[in-house]
Design a binder for this molecule. Structure first.
Ligand code: GAL
Length: 416
C-alpha cells in the first residue's frame, strides 16, 4: 500500500512536471492532400509525445498561396502562429519585419551548422541567426508516369528528351488517354515551365534567365524555344485542367486516365499514400533533358516571437524535433522528399528517393543544383508572382504570342 502511494506520488510529480513545461504549438501549413497530411501527422505525434498540444492551422491550397495570405493577416493582427511554413527568400522578408524568433540556442545545442548543407543553413538564417528550421529537400524537376498506361500506349521507356517526350505523348493520345495530367494554377504552370526551360536551355541558362533574371537571357532565342515547347506541352493536357488541384492530377495518373505528370516529389507522397509501388505501378524520371540538374525546394518552418514561456518551450522543442533523426526519416518517407539533415541512412527509402539523394550530391558539385522558382526558392516574392502571372497568361491564352510573353516576363522580372 505504502509502495503504491509512493508510486502514485511519483507519477503525479512527473505529470505536474510535464504540465509545467507543456505548451501549445500552433503550426500553420498547407499540407492537406493525402500524402501531405500523413507526413505532417508524424510531426504532430512527435510533439504530442513530448507532452505538448498541437494546434493544427492548415490552409488548403497546394504551393501555399492561400496559406501565405492567411499568415499575413494573422501577423498583422499581432497574433502569429508559433510556426509557419515559410520558405526561401520569404524567410528573409519576414525576419526583416522583426517578427521572427531567434533559434540559435536550439541550433547550437543540436549542432545544426554541422548537420546542414551550407546553402540550406544560409537560407534559414537572418543576419547570422537561425530563424527557421528546414524539414526536407524536394526535387521539383521530375516526371511521373503510370507504367500500365505507357505499356498500353506502346511507350517502352521514359522519354529522355523533349523530342522523345512528344513522340510518347502522341502514342498515348492515339491510345485514347490523356498524355499530361495538369492542374491549371499559376504555381503548377510554373512547375512545368521551369522544367521545360531547364530541359531546353540547360543549367546555366536556367540560372541566367530565371534566377539572375538577366534581360539578355529572358529575351534570347533559347527562351523563345522554351516558350514554344511549353505551349506544345499544353496541347497534351485535357480541357478540364484549369483550376484543378495538383493531387487530383496525380490521381488521374494513378487511375490510368493519364500517362505523365510534371510535379515535384510530393506527388510520390500521394502515390505512396494510395498504396502504389514505385518502379511497378508508377515510374519516376527527371523531366526530359534535365537529368544532370536538380531544382530544389526546401520546406521549412519559421518561428514567430511568442510571449508565453510554455509556448516558447514548445516552439524550441518543435525546432529540435524537426531536425531530429526520427522526424527526418519518418516524415520524408511519407512526404516523397529526402532528409535535409546530412549523413542520414537511406536504406528505408525507395529508388526514386535514392536517385534524388545521389543527384543532389552530384549536382551540388557540378553546378547543376538550382533553386526552384515555382516554389519560392530563388527570387523575391514580388517578382516571382509577376513572372508566374505572365507565364500563366501565356499558357492559358493561345492568342498571346511567344514574343509578347517574352517581353511580359522580362518586364515582370524588373519589378522591385
Ligand atoms: C510545395 C511544398 C511542398 C508541397 C507542394 C504542394 O510548395 O514545398 O511541400 O506541399 O507545395 O502542396
Amino acid at each position: 500500500m505504502r509502495k503504491l502511494t509512493g508510486l502514485a506520488a511519483a507519477v503525479a510529480l512527473v505529470a505536474a512536471g510535464a504540465t509545467a513545461h507543456a505548451g501549445e504549438v500552433e503550426v500553420l501549413h498547407w499540407w492537406t492532400s493525402g500524402g501531405e497530411a500523413k507526413s505532417v501527422g508524424e510531426l504532430k505525434k512527435i510533439m504530442q509525445g513530448k507532452g505538448h498540444t498541437w494546434k493544427d492551422f492548415a490552409v488548403a491550397g497546394g504551393g501555399g498561396d492561400n496559406a501565405m495570405t492567411v499568415l499575413k493577416s494573422r501577423v498583422v493582427s499581432g497574433n502569429p502562429a508559433a510556426a509557419a511554413q515559410i520558405k526561401g527568400p520569404a524567410i528573409q522578408e519576414w525576419a526583416a519585419e522583426g517578427v521572427l524568433a531567434n533559434l540559435d540556442s536550439v541550433a547550437a545545442a543540436e549542432k545544426w551548422d554541422s548537420l546542414l548543407p551550407k546553402v540550406v543553413a544560409d537560407v534559414m538564417k537572418y543576419k547570422g541567426n537561425y530563424v527557421a528550421a528546414p524539414v526536407n529537400v524536394h526535387r521539383v524537376n521530375w516526371m511521373w508516369a503510370n507504367a500500365a498506361v505507357l505499356k498500353k500506349a506502346g511507350v517502352a521507356t521514359m522519354p529522355k528528351t523533349w523530342d522523345e517526350f512528344f513522340v510518347a505523348a502522341d502514342k498515348v493520345k492515339k491510345a485514347g488517354l490523356i498524355p499530361v495530367a495538369h492542374g491549371g494554377q499559376n504555381w503548377q504552370d510554373f512547375t512545368t515551365f521551369e522544367s521545360v526551360v531547364l530541359g531546353v536551355g540547360g543549367a546555366k541558362f536556367y540560372q541566367d534567365a530565371l534566377v539572375k533574371l538577366d534581360p539578355k537571357a529572358l529575351n534570347s532565342d533559347t527562351m523563345k524555344k522554351s516558350l514554344e515547347t511549353f505551349r506544345k506541352v499544353k496541347g497534351y493536357t485535357d480541357a478540364a485542367a484549369p483550376g484543378r488541384d495538383w493531387n487530383l492530377a496525380t490521381a488521374m495518373v494513378m487511375q490510368e486516365k493519364a500517362a505523365f505528370q510534371f510535379m515535384g516529389d510530393w506527388a510520390k507522397g500521394e502515390f505512396l499514400a494510395a498504396g502504389k509501388v514505385p518502379g511497378k505501378d508508377f515510374l519516376c524520371a527527371a523531366a526530359p533533358g534535365t537529368s544532370t540538374s536538380y531544382t530544389f525546394n526546401v520546406d521549412s518552418f519559421a518561428m514567430f516571437k511568442l510571449k508565453d514561456a510554455a509556448a516558447q518551450k514548445a516552439q524550441g522543442d518543435l525546432a529540435a524535433a524537426i531536425m531530429g533523426t526520427e522526424f527526418q526519416e519518418v516524415f520524408n518517407l511519407n512526404k516523397g522528399s529526402i532528409p535535409v539533415r546530412l549523413n542520414m541512412k537511406m536504406d528505408k527509402f525507395d529508388d526514386c528517393a535514392k536517385m534524388s539523394s545521389k543527384d543532389f550530391v552530384a549536382t551540388a558539385k557540378s553546378g547543376g543544383l538550382l533553386p526552384s522558382v515555382a516554389h519560392g526558392m530563388a527570387i523575391r516574392p514580388a517578382a516571382e508572382g509577376a513572372i508566374k502571372d505572365a507565364v500563366s497568361q501565356f499558357w492559358n491564352d493561345d492568342k498571346v504570342t511567344v514574343a509578347a510573353a517574352q517581353s511580359r516576363i522580362a518586364a515582370a522580372a524588373a519589378i522591385q
